[in-house]
Design a protein around this ligand. Sequence first.
Ligand code: FAD
Ligand code: NAD
Length: 477
Amino acid sequence: MKNYDVVVIGSGPAGYVAAIRASQLGLKTLCIEKWVNQDGKHVNGGTCLNVGCIPSKSLLDSSQKYWEVTKDIGIHGISVKNVNFDVSKMHERKKKIVNQLTGGVSSLLKANGVECAFGHGKLHSSRRVTITDENGAETEVTANNVILAAGSKPIEIPVAEVDNDLILDSTGALEIDSVPKRLGIIGAGVIGLELGSVWGRLGSEVVLLEALEDFLAIMDKQIAEEAKRIFMKQGLDIRLGARVIGTEIKDKQVVVTYRNGEVIQKEVFDKLIVCVGRRPHTENLLAQDSGIEVDERGSVFVNEYCATNVPGVYAIGDLVRGPMLAHKGSEEGIMVAERIAGHKAQLNYDIVPNVIYTHPEVASVGRTEEQIKASGDPYNIGTFPFAASGRALASNDSDGFVKIIAHAETDRILGCHIVGPSAADLTQQVAIAMEFGSSAEDLGMTVFGHPTLSEAVHEAALSVSGSAIHMPNKKKR
Ligand code: FAD
Ligand code: NAD
């Protein structure tokens, strides 16, 4: 039986990154993956590359270009006639990008000396791993260390069973082949807003049914309120406190019944997307004798270094606690590989950026105002609206604002929340500053190029102490 220093189960952004780093550090590494794509090919890359981050961003960017040409271009003095789009070409482009990137991951694994096996991996006692291929043939290997990186799956709800014809999960929603006239979405979270934006820009009437009374409940409240205002202005019909209690297929349409307080309402849609969260993917991953503990939410239980309760077994990415984000899993993969190699790696979970890729984007890093208030830490806030940014006005993209929160005594930046153009990249600048322990004053003393959107970050940092230049300050220094 072959023995490896490291066996990784799953080649999503958590697993493939862990495998590459482990091999770079001289560890004999095997990465096991079971994904078979629409063309029947074994591919690496996991949810992120195949049916997540990348295909969704491809459609978001295609639909945004159409939206800009049809809705936005006149203000620049440009008129365009007979603008059309072809959904099948958008899908072809998306598929090409996905194939390029999944192929790229396989090449990277190979170039770094990682051995790849296609099949279903299962962990047994004493770090034995079985690999079952599609014909049922089983091989067994042993490992000094096992990294579980099996990812997550969409949560299913019995009131809206996915048939991937009329009722779709996020994977089906990335393959819709013509624009539905009326599109219903259960869950106004990240996927609902991103995919709702795609089809809304292409002409669907989009209705989002969200069970909670609060919109984007985990985001900073002020930012979430502004985002909701902008999305509603764009035409997304967001209904809060709307709990779906039944669905029925009638005449090739979906009739959705939902409860809003005491009121029962019905809506008819041409397609319905169910995106109410994701759950860890542990099915048939852990043999009874593996001894691995799973917490009450189904996540593999790990400590801050992603070590499970079984020595030599680690778990990373969507399979474990924390936000289900590709970059969070990748960083965990690097940390674990380095710790196996004897390095003292760690991950700063307080500074993991989170982005919703709508237009404008909604992005955050660090704690929200509500979390800081609840902790009792004294704080100051600085904000700056894009309406006062020369660059945002020049590009006719001036919705939203930057909000920076700093500790009232130390001035250390505790959080940054942005809704606005390029919010993802702007938030990343603050994430870097936070990683270096920056104060709002440090950011205020940094020279920012003009005219850039980044100047809004600079001004928000200055505004923390009442020193913003390009807007009136609420308080004086
Ligand atoms: P996964 O990517 O799910 O990979 C796990 C892999 O393990 C899969 O390939 C699976 O086939 C394999 N596997 C599972 N069990 C076994 C087994 N027993 N044997 C062998 N192989 C196995 N995150 C972002 O950060 N930014 C985004 O913009 C973003 N957009 C998204 C859009 C959508 C529509 C969706 C659905 C998700 C999005 N995400 C995004 C979330 C992101 O995709 C996940 O957080 C990320 O893919 C998790 O990485 P992972 O490696 O933990 O798991
Ligand atoms: P989500 O947690 O973002 O949103 C789900 C929403 O559905 C929540 O607002 C929840 O209150 C609501 N909900 C739950 N049950 C409901 C019900 N029965 N009826 C109506 N509403 C209900 O989950 P998601 O949008 O499915 O995305 C899953 C995960 O994938 C995200 O949490 C995120 O981790 C990841 N993701 C990230 C990105 C990104 O980083 N840009 C994009 C897509 C997905």
